[in-house]
Design a protein around this ligand. Structure first.
Ligand code: DP6
Length: 367
């Protein structure tokens, strides 16, 4: 598959300035993407729940370019210029020039906001990059009257999002998405994610993901650096085999609505992710003492109540608590009494499995 298209140029003398706006959610991986090669290709398949509250709302405003810059971009995050984010987006748009040469003909202004508190320690390249990818597909549709079929639209958006951040390719689909070649899923691809909600039990659409903010501190090792360290990890090959096996077992459990098997595999994956960090060269540790204290409390709660409450972890210290809506009242009481004392400033973010990204009316945006 090759999306390069030298014909995607516009007549900028006729261009009416315009705006496109998308809100795109983050996602939480159950089987983790950890290790990559080539141009953002995953070493193993991954599966995630799409979130709802944790999302990025991005507006891109375009007009004819007046400068001779390759990419002419003004970038604002929460109303302020952020040279670090701006540079990453500029690099991303440069990579996309062979696919969308019109990006080199425009002056671009990007205004982006996260729905979750900026300082909550949840970096969200998944929501940020998927929002931009969706915007670019909407621009293609507007300028060239293409991508009218929704499957083609989202597949391309997922492909483009992957080039920005691997995990972002899974955010474009509602509820559940799979990315990466997986033996039992013939349509799965390393190039883009596919929607997977219709292959699993309905109970997963009711899932909550409450994120315990154990620490707001910025990660000491970025995901990008973590992926690179997998290349020298002694356990890497076995890990990739294990991820494939777990993918088959997890998708079977999700199909059957077997919440216990689902939870056991999900927790094992979270601990494996962190074990891989601890066995990298150099080794590193992203869990905090309170991450472990919270894990023990979740396990004790499960043993006492029999409720299917399980955790997963991102590449950081914060726990994601996964559970179906039918036990939400009891679980929330438990979180407030036992777990928020372990969180920095007592904060947790209540999120849920969500319906995926949406295009919004651009003019409602302040800029
Ligand atoms: C632990 O997608 O952030 O969250 O492709 O380098 O941008 P890049 O990495 P990124 O890695 C995510 C790693 C993870 C697991 C996952 O989401 O599958």
């Amino acid at each position: 598959m090759d999306y390069k298209n030298p014909k995607f140029i516009i007549d900028s003398s006729q261009l009416t300035p315009g705006k496109v706006r998308w809100r795109s959610p983050s996602n939480i991986a159950l089987i983790k993407y950890w290790g990559k090669y080539g141009q953002q290709l995953p070493r193993n398949p991954s599966i995630s729940l799409t979130l709802s509250q944790a999302a990025t709302d991005t507006t891109l405003s375009y007009s004819a370019k007046q400068s001779d810059k390759e990419i002419d971009l003004d970038f604002y995050f929460a109303g302020e210029s952020r040279p670090d984010f701006s540079l990453r987006v500029e690099k991303y748009l440069k990579i996309l020039l062979p696919i969308f040469p019109f990006l080199g003909q425009l002056h671009l202004r990007i205004d982006t906001n996260n729905s979750f508190p900026h300082s909550a320690g949840i970096a969200s390249s998944a929501s940020a990059m998927s929002a931009i990818a969706l915007i670019l597909c909407s621009m293609e549709k507007r300028f060239f009257d293409s991508l009218s079929d929704s499957e083609t639209f989202y597949q391309k958006a997922s492909y483009l999002a992957r080039l920005g951040s691997g995990s972002a390719c899974r955010s474009v689909y509602p509820h559940v998405a799979v990315w990466g070649e997986a033996g039992e899923i013939p349509r799965a691809s390393n190039l883009y994610a596919i929607p997977y909600a219709d292959q699993v039990h309905d109970i997963f659409e009711t899932y909550h993901d409450d994120i315990l903010i154990i620490s707001k501190a910025e990660k000491s090792v970025s995901s990008g650096a973590g992926h690179n360290l997998m290349e020298g990890n002694l356990y890497a090959d076995n890990r990739y085999l294990q991820a494939r096996q777990r993918m088959d077992n997890l998708t079977a459990a999700m199909r059957a609505g077997d919440l216990e098997t689902f939870g056991k595999i999900t927790e094992a994956e979270a601990l494996t992710l962190h074990a891989l960090m601890m066995t990298s060269n150099p080794p590193y540790l992203l869990m905090e003492p309170n991450s472990i204290a919270a894990i023990r409390k979740v396990q004790a709660y499960r043993a006492e109540t029999g409720h299917p409450l399980y955790f997963t972890l991102d590449a950081g210290p914060n726990l994601h608590l996964l559970y179906p809506d039918n036990i939400a009242t009891e679980v929330k009481t438990f979180i407030r009494s036992e777990l928020t004392p372990l969180c920095q400033d007592g904060i947790y973010i209540a999120d849920r499995c969500g319906a995926g990204p949406e295009e919004l009316e651009a003019d409602l945006n302040p800029n």
